[in-house]
Design a protein around this ligand. Structure first.
Ligand code: TEU
Length: 545
């Protein structure tokens, strides 16, 4: 099971590298950077969706599951990318969006034509209640999760945007279609499937109103963990996945420590899930744009809870950022005075935790959040829809913009910063999204040649993790410490590693237990040793004697 020891690098294709100067990243751009990816010491690439799409939601609205998005290139380009990855002993995990399709998909174009169309039940259609939607479910992207369609005077369900109608997995014909499209890509030799919002594919077909105003509670109780979720996952595994050497990673908003193992087992379930315990921790009842303070106590508790969940069974993924969340150094670290130290500290956490680490492109050089000066600069439907609802409710743009700049997805989607040339070497065209202005000093080329850069520290960490499988397979034992100190042991057979992370701007004492321990420093983000103190954002990995 290669994926238990693997380190995965996530690429958001639109923003990675543009090879044909149309201002949008593409597959040939990734091919140009294969040696860079290999140089990181990672083992696999998770590629966000590359399929034909009207791009209403960054490619998560697929209109043809068998075709490459023309802006990204051709099927021949995809085949060349896959070959190029495999030649470098790198695996490819593709991102399939099976909870919903685009409304421009042929299936939906047929389905909406009439109530008797053979594709009608590929989606969920219901009459309204008077002039109201069938129930009170809110969309992830603001507003109702139902859209009225004039052609048949009924509403269709869309948990996300109105251009992302939910697929009806109750319909065996639809499930067969989904298995067929998965088989197409598995036969091409991809090594993994990241399954978008897989936790929501089984609907409570009575469509009861939600009884809570807390959005994440609505996800847990009404959208995810539906009555046939295990059945649909097991059917795909038994009919298809078991026939291939493929890792399946389920994106599981709403999956909890209590039910995660229901969906994870080698024979009948997924191999891994992305849980969101830490990622939704600072979201208030209103969701993403309703930020609430978070504490290190909660943050550490999330890691303990999920390590306990997967201690004996199942397998976890570990991530601190991706295309849906702000840059990790801005969110969890200090992207100002201590950007370099805190970026290295966060990478140390990622690469010393139990479970498969997923690193988001650009986090290996400590890329930071961007600042929108007005909401109109956003390219993200989640932000734009959020603003439309908030402004209609009287929220000022300044207030909404503060939340969007703190929590919005635009933060993670600015182009990769390669060098100091125009647009950071990402494109010679006009970038679809402005490059972060700090690329002049924050870029791959500068860090590649500086020994103590974040990039080279990351490379040391991947080497360390691969050389010591105590990190991937060892047990996890947190140490009780001051709130901002995150310290834990990793143990396997005779090997014992001790990791200490100072999540603060303050100099602080080394926890007594750590100070007293017989140990040898293995790696740290300060070049010298402070012995009894921890400097701001200091990360140290010790090998216990
Ligand atoms: O995200 C689904 C999801 O539940 C959240 O993790 C995500 O933060 C979302 O933006 C709601 O806030 C997946 C994809 O990762 C995301 O990019 C897509 O927009 C979404 O599904 C719909 O396909």
């Amino acid at each position: 099971m290669w994926w238990k020891e693997a380190i995965v690098y996530q690429i958001y294709p639109s923003s990675f590298k543009d090879s044909d100067d149309d201002g949008v990243g593409d597959i040939r751009g990734i091919i140009q950077k294969l040696d860079y990816i290999k140089s990181l010491g990672v083992d696999a690439v998770w590629l966000n969706p590359i399929f034909k799409s009207p791009n209403d939601d960054g490619g998560y609205d697929i209109s043809d599951y068998y075709a490459i998005q023309p802006e990204f290139g051709t099927m021949a380009d995809f085949d060349e990318l896959l070959t190029g990855l495999h030649q470098r002993n790198l695996k490819l995990i593709i991102d399939l969006v099976l909870n919903h399709s685009s409304d421009e998909h042929e299936w939906f174009q047929q389905s909406r034509q009439s109530k008797t169309n053979p594709y009608r039940d590929y989606y969920f259609w219901k009459p309204g209640k008077g002039d109201q939607p069938p129930n009170n479910w809110p969309s992830f992207f603001s507003g109702s999760a139902w859209e009225k369609d004039a052609a048949t005077d009924e509403y269709y369900l869309h948990l996300f945007s109105r251009k992302q109608p939910d697929l009806n997995w109750e319909n065996p014909k639809l499930r067969d279609e989904v298995h067929k499209l998965m088989k197409f890509w598995l036969d091409k030799g991809v090594d993994g499937l990241r399954l978008d919002v897989i936790s929501a594919i089984s609907k409570r077909t009575s469509f009861p109103d939600t009884d809570t105003n807390d959005f994440n509670e609505t996800i847990r109780k009404y959208y995810s963990n539906g009555p046939r979720l295990r059945e649909f996952i097991s059917e795909a595994r038994e009919k298809l996945w078991n026939k291939y050497d493929v890792v399946t990673v389920g994106e599981g908003p709403g999956i909890t420590p209590a039910n995660a193992l229901d969906y994870l087992d080698e024979k009948r379930g997924l191999n891994m899930i992305f849980h969101f315990g830490h990622m939704f921790m600072d979201q208030g009842p209103g969701g993403r744009f309703d930020p609430v303070p978070w504490t290190m106590k909660d943050f550490k508790q999330v890691f303990k809870t999920w390590n306990d969940t997967f201690a004996d069974r199942g397998w976890g993924s570990v991530f601190l950022g991706n295309h849906d969340f702000p840059r990790m150094v801005s969110r969890w670290g200090n992207d100002g005075q201590y950007r370099e130290q805190s970026a290295k500290l966060l990478l140390t956490l990622l690469l010393t935790m139990r479970g498969t680490p997923f690193i988001y492109m650009g986090d290996e050089i400590g890329m930071t959040n961007t600042i929108l000066d007005s909401v109109s600069q956003s390219k993200d439907i989640e932000t734009l829809n959020g603003w439309a609802v908030a402004s209609a409710q009287g929220t000022s743009e300044a207030t909404f913009l503060k939340a969007a700049n703190y929590a919005g997805r635009d933060n993670a989607r600015t182009p990769m910063q390669w060098n100091t040339s125009k647009h950071a070497g990402y494109t010679s065209g006009v970038p679809w999204m402005p490059v972060n202005k700090n690329y002049q000093w924050l870029n791959v080329e500068e860090q590649d040649q500086r020994e103590t850069s974040i990039l080279n520290y990351f490379r040391l960490l991947t080497t360390l993790r691969k050389a010591n499988n105590v990190f991937s397979h060892g047990t996890y034992h947190p140490i009780e410490t001051a709130p901002n100190i995150f310290a834990y042991y990793r143990e396997r057979a005779q090997e014992k590693m001790l990791i200490v992370l100072n999540f603060s701007d303050q100099v602080t004492n080394l926890p007594e237990e750590v100070h007293a321990a017989q140990k040898v420093k293995v790696i740290g983000n300060y070049t010298d040793d402070a012995l009894q103190m921890l400097r701001p954002w200091e990360a140290v990995v010790y090998k216990r004697n």
